[in-house]
Design a protein around this ligand. Structure first.
Ligand SMILES: [Zn+2]
Ligand SMILES: [Zn+2]
Length: 303
């Protein structure tokens, strides 16, 4: 048992898209505050597993990402976590470290909701890719600051629909996460997300769509509390929750729709569903396909 201690770092990304939560609230199907309560119970349970478990929570809005925990200084720098959490019991009989996490998350969330957003910022999709990039930066920084090995994991709690415009950023993030050995888990509250399915599959994470929103906390505690390494020992997790089929189709850059076969720019690897003489991404000019080939057979090879 003299193995070197491996620290755990969990970064939770919570989708707070105002349009999605507004519609669900009007329909009486879901309330964001109830979900936030469940999330607080979940992160407290995670911190309870080991005294040296590290945590960050990022709220993903339609135009910005905000740290709910740990708090940010005025300068935009993350305030360091206290390395040795106090076991003091507060006035309300709560364990000191949990109370601090609870209070910080609640205060920051209230602040975010009070601030609201400009009318032009109200969108149906959230900046999930941006939040994931922030999470990777946070992980990278903590890896440099903390001694010893750090097992890092990102859990995305996604509500709003995918935005195909984020396809490129998503792919870059998945490759960066693979390189840093960061596992990406996804807990989906709304429609299935093709982008996150790919992210989870490529980083050995867990993708789970919650069938019934009343059991959110149960799902969090059952599926997402254990670290990725231990999941293979769990019969429930190893058999029932792995995605059976992952949609690996790419989105074309012109219409943002998924394509089976398309034209690929040989310079920047942008994907298009139809031939265009100038690549809209890198502005490289291409010769139109030769007429002969056109009449003989419609070509579907890269431009
Ligand atoms: Zn297209
Ligand atoms: Zn190009």
């Amino acid at each position: 048992m003299a193995e070197e201690l491996e620290r755990q770092l969990l970064v939770v990304i919570f989708d707070v898209n105002p349009v999605w939560w507004g519609i669900k609230s009007l329909q009486g199907q879901a309330q964001i505050t109830k979900y936030l309560d469940c999330l607080r119970v979940f992160v407290n349970s995670y911190l309870l597993l080991h005294f040296d478990n590290h945590l960050a929570i990022i709220a993903s809005h339609s135009t910005k990402s905000v740290f709910l925990y740990p708090p940010m200084k005025e300068t935009g720098v993350i305030e360091p976590e206290e390395t040795a959490p106090t076991d003091k019991v507060g006035n309300d009989r709560r364990y000191g470290h949990f109370a601090r996490v609870d209070n910080t998350v609640t205060d920051k969330f209230k602040e975010l909701m009070r601030e609201g957003c400009e009318e032009s910022d109200i969108r149906r999709d959230s900046v999930i890719a941006g939040s994931m990039a922030t999470a990777l930066c946070c992980i990278h920084r903590m890896q440099n600051e903390l001694p010893g090995k750090l097992n890092s994991r990102i859990l995305v709690i996604k509500a709003a629909d995918d935005a195909a415009s984020q396809y490129m950023s998503f792919m870059n993030i998945i490759f960066a996460a693979q390189k840093e050995r960061v596992v990406i888990d996804a807990c989906i509250l709304g429609h299935n997300s093709g982008l996150l399915q790919q992210a989870c599959d490529m980083t050995n994470g867990l993708y789970l769509q919650i069938p019934n929103q009343d059991v959110f906390l149960q799902y969090l505690l059952t599926a997402f509390l254990t670290e990725a390494e231990l999941r293979k020992h769990s019969i429930v997790l190893s058999q029932s929750t792995r995605p059976r089929e992952v949609d690996y189709r790419a989105a074309c850059f012109c219409h943002r729709s998924l394509v089976d076969i398309g034209f690929v720019c040989s310079v920047c690897l942008s994907i298009f569903c139809q031939f265009s003489p100038i690549c809209s991404t890198c502005e490289t000019a291409f010769k139109p396909p030769p007429m002969a080939a056109k009449t003989r057979k419609k070509r579907k090879t890269p431009a």
